[in-house]
Design a protein. Structure first.
Length: 197
């Protein structure tokens, strides 16, 4: 079996976003492994309109060209790591919209999380875990949380994110778990193991 393809999805699209720092940090660490193939998916490259289709694409083909391009891209991957901000105790509207714009493409794939914010986006990630269940994804137990003083030091005081070395074992655990579930579900999908209805 070849390496699983895992997308790192950037949840924030705003011009002044912090998201690029944790995304690059995670990408650089994860790229050193030889058990996964990685790609960064930036929602900025998929300027989706606010959901305006007759139904989820589980039931009706989306008419938006960007949505079709997004769905095709999401379908390429075996698993996802969401790099998420926390906006008013939940995920960004841009990420929720992007999640809503696909359905079968997410199904039976693993979802892992890296959050940043005052509480490491813990509340956003809990919401994201619930959403991922409805999308028939398998959310991992372990997330990485860049929080509190660490977050503010990197965000506002110029501390290099690479100095957060104590988080590295946590990143490894999250990636191990992500790869395990991604592989397990890839085998099940490829062997067409009967899907419960
Ligand atoms: C609309 C909005 C709501 C926010 N709500 C929260 C929040 O609930 N919890 C939190 O820790 N930070 C909150 N913040 C602060 C963000 O953690 C901080 O702005 C972070 O940089 C956002 O990620 P981004 O820069 O990648 O978009 C909020 C920021 C915005 C713009």
């Amino acid at each position: 079996m070849g390496n699983p393809k895992i997308a790192i999805i950037i949840s924030s699209t705003r011009e002044a976003r912090f998201a690029d720092k944790p995304t690059q940090w995670l990408y650089d660490i994860a790229s050193q492994r030889d058990d996964l193939d990685l790609e960064i998916l930036d929602l900025r490259d998929f300027p989706l309109p606010f959901f305006n289709e007759v139904a989820s694409n589980a039931w009706a083909l989306s008419t938006s060209e960007v949505a079709q391009r997004w769905q095709k891209k999401v379908a390429e991957f075996d698993g996802y790591i969401f790099v998420t901000a926390e906006y008013n105790r939940s995920i960004t509207a841009a990420l929720k919209n992007a999640l809503d714009y696909a359905y079968p493409e997410w199904n039976r794939k693993a979802a892992a999380f890296l959050g940043y914010g005052a509480v490491g986006a813990a509340r956003a990630i809990e919401h994201l875990r619930l959403i991922s269940v409805e999308l028939q994804m398998a959310p991992t137990r372990n997330g990485v949380h860049i929080q509190g003083g660490d977050f503010f030091a990197v965000w506002q005081q110029g501390k290099p994110i690479s100095e957060l070395t104590y988080l590295l074992p946590n990143v490894t655990t999250m990636l191990d778990e992500s790869v395990w579930w991604t592989n397990a579900l890839k085998v099940a999908r490829e062997e067409s193991i009967a899907v419960p209805t």
